[in-house]
Design a protein around this ligand. Structure first.
Ligand SMILES: O=C(O)[C@@H](O)[C@@H](O)[C@H](O)[C@H](O)CO
Ligand SMILES: [Mg+2]
Length: 403
């Protein structure tokens, strides 16, 4: 039997913060799990070191399902982003170990490849429509088959998704949250012209996506979806906050634009009604915030019954460890839809050398045993944790709003 000999948390900031769990077995096999929760990183780090690690020592490293159930049901306080990110990290690390022991890339243990690779979408952005389309053209030239478009809104100083750097987007940028002003009216006027011009410039052979970032009411989202129908979006993301899953019924009644939601969900319960009532087309939970590979497979199986496909979150705050896990998962599940891909900086890639690779607009996890990601601990130690918060949005009258 292979027992868990040690587990420890590694915190590093190669351009942005990452929390990683490293588990080692009595046979000397190591596994990695991503535990990064953007803006609240140290809460998960402490949950792991103080409360989870002591329970792991001595356990059979191969009993992944049992460990998952023990941590989930055994906590009594189920769900929540901190708990689920911690459980996910353990789960990922144990799958990594199982793959290494078997000598197989993880996707082989999950049933083998269901496709040649995972289609990704790139994040094109700019201060205005012209800049955004110019950026999107670069993605298209690089072979991307799908591009998400986010443009600055006339009359608003800042908005979600638009960065100073056109290829690297990093919203958690301040030691205390920056505050920005938001106007849904100005935003909604700006989106249809963006997609009209994008279709004119990019044609119809590339998938186009858009992220509303939880900023519309259901009826506003219904109208936006309807206005975007002529441009045949691949999806409209996070159209309204989804704590109330029934809110999506309103959007569905008004538009045939496909809907994606779930990057902030942490268990199957957050998505159950959305999936069962077929209120969405893509579920965006990813491995670190969705309870690990074990739990996310359950979500995908439920979704498959209702023709809902996966579209895992893949922003820069999901570490290369999570990206690798998401790719093994995506390559294997029958109902894969698309994978978000925001590139990490070179500093991050150097700390987390990885086997996944991009070709023809598709990512493949590679064939290294396990997840196919390692951590350069000496390099990681050179980058000290730096507190960084996501911004907070207010309406023009000062009311706190969804960011
Ligand atoms: O779809 C996305 O990529 C976003 O909504 C994220 O950039 C999100 O804002 C960050 O991951 C928050 O940590
Ligand atoms: Mg999003």
């Amino acid at each position: 039997m292979s027992r868990i000999k040690s587990a420890r948390v590694i915190i590093t900031c190669p351009g942005r913060n990452f929390v990683t769990l490293l588990i080692e077995t009595s046979d000397g096999v190591t596994g990695l799990g991503d535990a990064t929760l953007n803006g609240r990183e140290l809460a998960v780090a402490s949950y792991l070191s103080e409360h989870v690690v002591p329970m792991l020592i001595g356990r059979d490293a191969h009993r992944i399902e049992d460990v998952w159930q023990f941590l989930y049901k055994g906590a009594y306080w189920r769900r929540g982003p901190v708990t689920m990110a911690a459980i996910a990290a353990v789960d990922m690390a144990l799958w990594d170990i199982k793959g290494k022991v078997a000598g197989l890339p993880l996707y082989q243990l999950l049933g083998g490849a269901s496709r040649e690779g995972c289609m990704v979408y790139g994040h094109a952005n700019g201060r205005d429509i012209e800049e955004t389309i110019d950026n999107a053209l670069h993605y298209k030239e690089q072979g991307y088959r799908a591009i998400r478009l986010q443009s600055g809104v006339p009359g608003l100083a800042a908005t979600y998704g638009v960065s100073k750097d056109r290829y690297f987007y990093e919203p958690a940028d301040a030691d205390l949250p920056t505050e920005s002003l938001w106007s849904t009216e100005k935003y909604m006027r700006s989106v249809p012209p963006l997609f009209q011009k994008a279709r004119d410039a990019l044609g119809w052979d590339v998938h186009l996506l858009h992220d509303v970032h939880h900023r519309c009411t259901p009826i506003e989202a219904g109208r936006l979806g309807k206005e975007l129908e002529p441009f045949r979006l691949f999806w409209l993301e996070d159209a309204t906050p989804a704590e109330n899953q029934a809110a999506f019924r309103v959007i569905r009644q008004h538009t045939t634009t496909p809907l994606a939601v779930g990057e902030v969900f942490n268990t199957i319960w957050d998505a159950k009604q959305l999936i069962e009532e077929q209120l969405i087309d893509y579920i965006r939970m990813t491995v670190v915030h969705g309870g690990g590979i074990t739990h996310l497979r359950r979500v995908a199986s439920l979704a498959d019954l209702y023709q809902v496909r996966t579209g895992c979150h893949g922003a820069t705050d999901l570490s290369p460890v999570c990206m690798a896990a998401a790719l093994h998962f995506g390559l294997s599940v029958p109902n894969f839809g698309i994978q978000e891909y925001m590139r990490h900086t070179d500093e991050t890639d150097a700390v987390f050398p990885h086997a996944y690779r991009l070709a023809d607009g598709m990512l493949h996890p590679g064939d290294a045993p396990g997840l196919g990601v390692t951590i350069d601990e000496a390099l990681a130690a050179r980058y000290e944790y730096k507190r960084a918060y996501l911004p907070v949005a207010r309406l023009e009258d000062g009311t706190v709003f969804s960011w």
